[in-house]
Design a protein around this ligand. Structure first.
Ligand code: ATP
Ligand code: MG
Length: 270
């Protein structure tokens, strides 16, 4: 990675606005295949940003750059800049552990660990702060508070010792969001978090995500145009590894500047 800081004077960034994620000329290759092509963007703090585009355009790849989880996926080369909360994530004093604590991720298929609901919630703390001694009361409070925040507490409070993998998919996905919360992440990345759920599950998870607006910066990948329109404040449209258009969701959907955006949201391709 190049190490030069983002130059706000030349990029025209409004200094009065706080950004959670900024990239400059970000490109990524899997071996010889270029999956991201010169991505420069500024994602604002505390809002929900949607990431849309046809299958294979690079949404998951871009999302995975923000917590450096791409590095787990084989022969990956990245060039350009990524700043998370104004810190270059490739600086030598940033550990991937620290980064992933601040930038949590929720996947397409819920992936709770095959341990109890209670232990799932505490797992992140155990991994990221192994030296931190918590009393039984502190642990109970962390678990209750996280489960309340995702509206799962009333359902599971009498079964906290039950294996999380026995929950319904919707409950598992809520748990996967809940288990990020004890780490107090500033950013939560969601890669098609509703794609494994039925219509009612989708509605409830969407309303949960909407309720998190303001407390977290959320970036959500979705193939569901209605969901992007309903949940996101700003929206990024990608095609073949490039950003075609990025702006307020209402503009992207009702007054897109680019013909390709219009064709995509009308369902004419992808
Ligand atoms: N680990 C990998 N190794 C090689 N190529 C990959 C890898 N992961 C993704 N790709 C390729 O990179 C491109 C972008 O993939 P990515 O998964 O980011 O797309 P996407 O927009 O998330 O697609 P979808 O909507 O289907 O989830 C695709 O052409 C894909 O085949
Ligand atoms: Mg994807």
């Amino acid at each position: 990675m190049q190490r030069e800081p983002v130059n706000h004077e030349t990029t025209g960034v409004d200094e009065s606005v706080d950004y959670a994620i900024q990239t400059r000329d970000l490109s990524l290759w899997y071996g010889d295949f270029q999956a991201l092509d010169n991505i420069s963007l500024d994602i604002k703090k505390g809002i929900i940003t949607g990431l849309i585009g046809p299958s294979g355009c690079g949404k998951t790849t871009l999302l995975r750059c923000f917590n450096r989880i791409n590095e787990r996926y084989g022969n990956v080369t990245t060039t350009g800049e990524i700043e998370i909360l104004e810190k270059n994530i490739y600086d030598s004093d940033v550990s991937t552990g620290q980064l992933r604590r601040r930038v949590g991720m929720v996947f397409q298929r819920p992936n709770p660990l095959p341990i109890s609901i209670y232990e799932n919630i505490l797992f992140g703390i155990r991994v990221h702060s192994p030296a931190r001694e918590l009393s039984r009361k502190q642990k109970d409070e962390l678990v209750e508070s996280a489960l309340r925040e995702v509206k799962l507490w009333d359902t599971v409070k009498d079964n906290l010792k039950q294996r999380a993998t026995h929950l319904t998919l919707e409950q598992q996905q809520k748990l996967c969001i809940a288990r990020l919360l004890p780490l107090k992440p500033e950013i939560i990345l969601m890669d098609e978090p509703c794609s494994a759920l039925d219509a009612e599950g989708v509605e409830r998870i969407e309303s949960l995500i909407e309720g998190m607006r303001g407390d977290y910066t959320i970036v959500i990948v979705t193939h569901n145009m209605a969901q992007a329109r309903r949940t996101s404040d700003e929206c990024i449209f990608m095609l073949l590894g490039k950003i075609i258009e990025f702006g307020e969701t209402s503009e992207i959907f009702f007054n897109p500047r680019e013909e390709q955006t219009e064709m995509y949201i009308q369902g004419r391709y992808g």
